[in-house]
Structures are given as structure tokens and as C-alpha cells.
Design a protein around this ligand. Structure first.
Ligand SMILES: CC(C)(COP(=O)(O)OP(=O)(O)OC[C@H]1O[C@@H](n2cnc3c(N)ncnc32)[C@H](O)[C@@H]1OP(=O)(O)O)[C@@H](O)C(=O)NCCC(=O)NCCS
Length: 156
């Protein structure tokens, strides 16, 4: 795994706080929202570093045998270089190796074409739509990926 697992050390908290203030100011994800989410069992945050600064984040939670990706973000000045792909691959690997997840799910706006391309290129399939899911009234598309090891097991 190239990404790092956030442990909540003082250095990491400081770096996450700076990252949120710099890049996520107008998003649903201020620093305190990460802190609250991470208190819930099964929740984990992966991050990447560019020199000494955070460059990308992936937050999710495993409940039962299903992993859910809540948020993935790469720094705008570093996009298109495979950062989110790396985080997504590591997110799946951690869900599988640390929590025995069998699949992963996520929601995405239909207008978020880059994110949809990322998910589809990594084997995610559209399984549903939540009507007017987001606060501004936009629907959410639901994507799922069944882990290959699960498929192999059910075929043997
Ligand atoms: C969506 C997002 C995470 C992609 O991050 P990224 O680091 O640029 O993605 P990568 O460089 O790893 O690209 C992975 C794949 O995504 C797609 N993609 C990403 N950026 C793209 C772009 N500018 N044009 C076309 N495809 C793109 C491609 O399929 C790409 O795979 P490929 O290079 O093999 O073709 C990034 O744009 C982002 O942080 N957006 C804001 C937050 C967000 O919307 N998150 C998703 C919902 S929570």
C-alpha cells in the first residue's frame, strides 16, 4: 500500500486541518467532520503525501462485510496523475485485508464525470440511483464493486 493510514497523531491532525482549510473550504468535509466520522468503528482515512504535505484523501467505513467509500479527493494541482486511482486501490485493499469486506459501494453525482470514469475504470458497476439525494436536489448514482476474491470463492 502506497497510501498511509491516518492514525490521528498530532502531526497528522495538523496536516489534515491545513489540507481541509486550504482545499476543502466549501465542501461538506471540514476537519471536524473527519474527526466525527473517524470516531465511528470501522471508519478509516487513507492519505498520500507530496513531499511533506497531504496530496490526497480517501475516507470510508466498513459495516458488516460491505465497505463504503464516502469521499475521495486529490489536490487540484496534482490531478490526472493517478493519485485517486492509487487511493482507491489502497482503500479496497485495506477494506479487504483489515476488515474482510466482500464488496465496496459508493455514491456519486451523475455530473461528476471524472469520478465516474475513475470508478468505472476500476471495475465499479452502476447498481442504482437515489432520487434527489444531495442537498441541492441532484440524484446520486450508486456504484458497487464485488472483490475478485469473493467471486473466486463463490465459484469454487
Ligand atoms: C475525481 C478525482 C478524485 C480524480 O482524481 P485524480 O487524482 O485526478 O484521478 P487519477 O489521476 O487517479 O485518474 C484516475 C482515472 O480517473 C479518470 N479521470 C480523472 N481525471 C480525469 C480527467 N481530467 N479527464 C479524464 N479522466 C479523468 C480517468 O479514468 C483516470 O484513469 P486513466 O488515467 O487511467 O484514464 C478528482 O478529480 C477530485 O478530487 N475531484 C473532487 C472530489 C470528488 O469529486 N471526488 C469524488 C466524489 S467523492
Amino acid at each position: 500500500m502506497n497510501s498511509l493510514l491516518y492514525s490521528g497523531s498530532p502531526e497528522e491532525k495538523k496536516a489534515l486541518n491545513v489540507f481541509c482549510d486550504t482545499w476543502l473550504e466549501n465542501s461538506f468535509w471540514p476537519f471536524k467532520e473527519f474527526e466525527l466520522s473517524l470516531k465511528i468503528p470501522g471508519t478509516f482515512l487513507l492519505y498520500t503525501l507530496d513531499v511533506d504535505n497531504l496530496s490526497g484523501l480517501a475516507l470510508g467505513r466498513v459495516s458488516g462485510d460491505v465497505s463504503e467509500l464516502f469521499f475521495i479527493f486529490s489536490r487540484p494541482d496534482l490531478r490526472g496523475r493517478g493519485l485517486a486511482k492509487k487511493l482507491l486501490i489502497d482503500f479496497e485493499a485495506h477494506s479487504l485485508s483489515s476488515y474482510d469486506a466482500l464488496s465496496t459501494m459508493l455514491e456519486v453525482r451523475p455530473t461528476n464525470v471524472y469520478a465516474i470514469r475513475l470508478y468505472e475504470s476500476q471495475g465499479y458497476h452502476l447498481i442504482g440511483r437515489r432520487k434527489r439525494y444531495y442537498q441541492d436536489g441532484e440524484d446520486a448514482l450508486i456504484y458497487e464493486k464485488i472483490f475478485a476474491s469473493t467471486v473466486e470463492k463463490s465459484e469454487t
